[in-house]
Structure formats: C-alpha cells, structure tokens
Write a protein that binds this ligand. Structure first.
Ligand code: 5GP
Length: 185
C-alpha cells in the first residue's frame, strides 16, 4: 500500500539546489579556505540559526586549526522581508582581536544584516575579516557588502531548506527549495 502521510517534502514546489550540488560546492569552498589560510588558524563566526547546517558540513572540509563561535541576530519585523534593523540576540563568547575571522552566513539578501555585522566585528580589531555565504540573492542587494566565498547565486524568491526556515520550519530539508504559494497564505 502507498504511504500517503503528508511530509514536509509535499510543501516544496521546486528544488533549486540539490543536496549533491550543495555538498560538492561546500567541498570546493572548504578547499579554497584551506589554500587561502594555509599555515594560519581561523575563527569561524557562524550566524544562527540559518548557517547551522552549512557550518557543520563546511568545517569538515577545513583541515586547519579552527575555533567556532556563534552570533544570533534577528531583524525587527515579521514576514519574509528583512527590515534592515538588526538586533543581536546572542553575542560572541570570546574576543576576536588579532584573529582570522570568517563570518559564515546562510544567505545575503539586501546585505543589511551582513553590513551591520561587518561594522560591528571590524571594531573589535580582528587580524583579518572575511565572509562566506552559501547563498547570494544578489539582485536584491541594497548595500554593497564584500563577500569572499559564495556557494550559489539564487533568484529573487524566498528559499527554504539546508538551514533556512519559513516560520522556523523546513530547516532540516537537505536541499534548497521554494515552497508552494499556498504555504504562505
Ligand atoms: P539581509 O539583511 O541580507 O536582507 O537578510 C539576511 C537574512 O534574511 C538572512 O540571514 C536570512 O535570515 C533572511 N533571508 C533573506 N532571504 C531569505 C530567504 O530567501 N529565505 C529565508 N529562509 N531567509 C531569508
């Protein structure tokens, strides 16, 4: 008999980036980071919660001494648009002074969150400060932010999966997808 129990997968209209594509790209980014920081130690600053899965897979491809710290941010306002006002929900546990910091983000959209974080972290005097994002929604950019490592450019659509949520759901999907319109209604 067919299993007709509804699953999260039924809510997905389209898979934009497959699990295989994501994993292949992460291996490439990890290799680049290893080359760029050869002989150095790095501090990965991951932005919760969206970057969680990306972080976990990425560090397994970085064969360098590294430490991890977390920032949790939220932009004021609800819905699927970033308001541009960033609130720090959880700050870093440790100082970043004189360290090679790589910010790991899930997605850069308007660029407002990243711009805020870059300005905040620069003031703490890291030795170097780089940015790595899995997704780049470049056509929506409002503030020009420097990004050193990009996984994929995505179109102007609200995406979920691989860490990214809609109302806290869908983070565990192993791919990046677009939800069916009725989910938002
Ligand atoms: P920005 O400040 O660059 O406009 O927005 C960055 C944040 O907005 C991301 O870290 C993410 O939390 C959220 N965001 C932007 N676009 C999307 C999207 O397509 N899907 C999801 N789930 N979150 C998004």
């Amino acid at each position: 008999m067919l299993n007709t129990t509804p699953t999260l997968y039924d809510d997905v209209a389209e898979v934009l980036i497959s699990e295989e594509q994501i994993q292949q790209k992460i291996a490439e980014i990890g290799a680049r980071i290893c080359t760029d920081f050869a002989g150095e130690q790095i501090l990965i600053v991951a932005v919760l919660k969206g970057a969680l899965l990306f972080l976990a897979d990425l560090i397994r491809h970085i064969d360098l001494p590294l430490a991890i710290d977390f920032l949790a941010v939220s932009s004021y306002g609800a819905g699927t648009e970033s308001s541009g006002v960033v609130r720090i929900l959880k700050d870093l546990d440790e100082t970043i002074e004189h360290q090679n910091v790589i910010i790991v983000e899930d997605i850069v959209d308007s660029g407002r969150t990243l711009d805020y974080l870059l300005r905040m972290l620069r003031q703490r005097n890291p030795a170097t400060l780089h940015v790595c994002t899995l997704l780049d929604k470049r056509e929506r950019r409002e503030i020009d932010v420097p990004i050193d490592y990009v996984g994929f450019e995505v179109p102007d659509a609200f995406v979920v999966g691989y860490g990214l949520d809609y109302a806290e759901h869908y983070r565990q999907l192993p791919f990046i997808g677009v939800l069916k319109p009725e989910i938002y209604e």
